[in-house]
Design a protein around this ligand. Sequence first.
Ligand SMILES: Cc1ncc(C[n+]2csc(CCOP(=O)(O)OP(=O)(O)O)c2C)c(N)n1
Length: 569
Amino acid sequence: MEPQRKLKGAEIMCESLLREGVEVIFGYPGGAILPFYDALWSYPQLRHILVRHEQAAAHAADGYSRVTGKVGVCVATSGPGATNLVTGIMGAKADSVPMVAITGQVARASLGTEAFQECDICSIAASCTKAAFMVMNPGDLASTIREAFHIAQEGRPGPVLIDVPRDVQLELTEAEFPEVIAVPVPEVTAEAMERLKEAARLINEAERPVIISGHGVLTSGANQELMALAEQSGIPVITTLLGLGGFPGGHPLSMGMLGMHGMYWSNIAVDQSDLILGVGMRFDDRVTGKVDTFAPHARIIHMDIDPTQIGRNVPVEVPVVGDAKGLLQNLVPMVKNTPRPDWMQFIEDLKRDHPSLTIPASDKLQPQTVISTLNIVLQEDPETTVVTGVGQHQMWTAQFLSFTRADSFVSSGGLGAMGFELPAAMGVQVGKPGAPVWVVAGDGGFQMTLQELVTVSVEKLPVKIALINNGSLGMVRQWQDMYFQGHQKEVSVPGPDFIKLAEAYGVSAVRVTEQEDVLPAMRKAQAHDGPFLIEFVVDSTTNVYPMVPPGGSLADTLEDPAIATGKGS
Ligand SMILES: Cc1ncc(C[n+]2csc(CCOP(=O)(O)OP(=O)(O)O)c2C)c(N)n1
């Protein structure tokens, strides 16, 4: 501890953030956090991005963290400011994103009096953070902030909330700042080494093995190690939604995504496999389908940094706790290169006979056409990051785009929060100022946070927005059509004139209705110096396939009926 001069609580907060290496904060002021905002005058190194709704601050901090690997920071006032952060905080918890959320609170003497804008945010946050602290003494601020940053990053990363009463921010105290120590990467333990030997034995004996790679591979920076394992063992790699980018899409061993809207061949391969090596993933319900019938012939090796995830959803034969990078580094030399011609042929046959990337033959502009055209743009600039909302467009983006880097795809996976797209893209763009950032949005989700158009405009964040306007809550409409006898209820979401709206916010925009205009519009957006929106008016009846029906097993994966009956394009 290094003794310091007397500082106000709010100054200690700023000083601590600087010491943690924070460069940018996404936030929105209000009465209970005003002392902190006042202190920001003295800390110009802390860039503050003023969002237009606190939910956007949390999503932006999330997006920023996912592409920089740093802790994302968001700030709000007490009461409604704090509760508005909650969706974004929960999203970070679900997707293992390190975040520190700072909220103002009413003064200590008013606590528990139902004071104006008083809200027990620590209780609310208890279930959606790794930890939530209320700091009652300014002398505890520096150590609490240090602890929060440590907790956010250690083990399975996630969000931490710090609630600071207004008068604590104002009180002067002798500040002592703990030394900032980077969270060490956990060593591979002796126990894990024993498990890896067992894992290697199973891998070497397996006849029909698959690797399922998740977000943990990205957070641990284990892309190279995963590649080494796949190539050394000859085992195909399937990814979860958030695992996309952990293994290059174009690689011969890449099988794309599995799960509810995964590739048909991936789902069937998992169903038929005799060994699954799950790395940095959770076997969540979107991945497994009906859990009782998940991969009935497979033995499961599960590597994860969070021991509570192992054996939680599926029975695991070899649990290996640790950081993916270190575990894979140690595993690679233990596995033999084993040719499995029958298995690889089975997969090739599946790919040939069951095309999963289907586009309906129609005169109307198809959403998949738009998204697959974006692939051209993406391949041209390898630094591009694509950020999606939630719904059909998200699934088509995951299916049709080929991601090659860990920071090339950002999406709300675990929480599936519509409205994530634009604010998260702001954070991505702030984190990667020179890199192209594309948003793929649905017209429903976009209407949830489109007020942030003004933030991208004012902050000069040159994000490009591909708005897939199918006039409806497409994914919900699809479910109503397929599983509620076509009773479409409350799924039509007519929006405003998106072009006029974008322009009103200072964002240039064009509307595209024809296939031949798709690529030229994207080129125009790319060349434009600043944010740009393209509204693609697409067929409102198109469904996402493949699809595991609700309650179904991976083996029940439905193909596009047009393809299944031989009528596909
Ligand atoms: C905040 C929130 N509310 C509701 C849902 C449920 N939901 C999932 S997908 C979806 C429809 C999304 O519509 P849109 O953004 O237009 O995308 P599309 O499916 O049409 O591509 C809804 C309502 C959700 N995921 N998030």
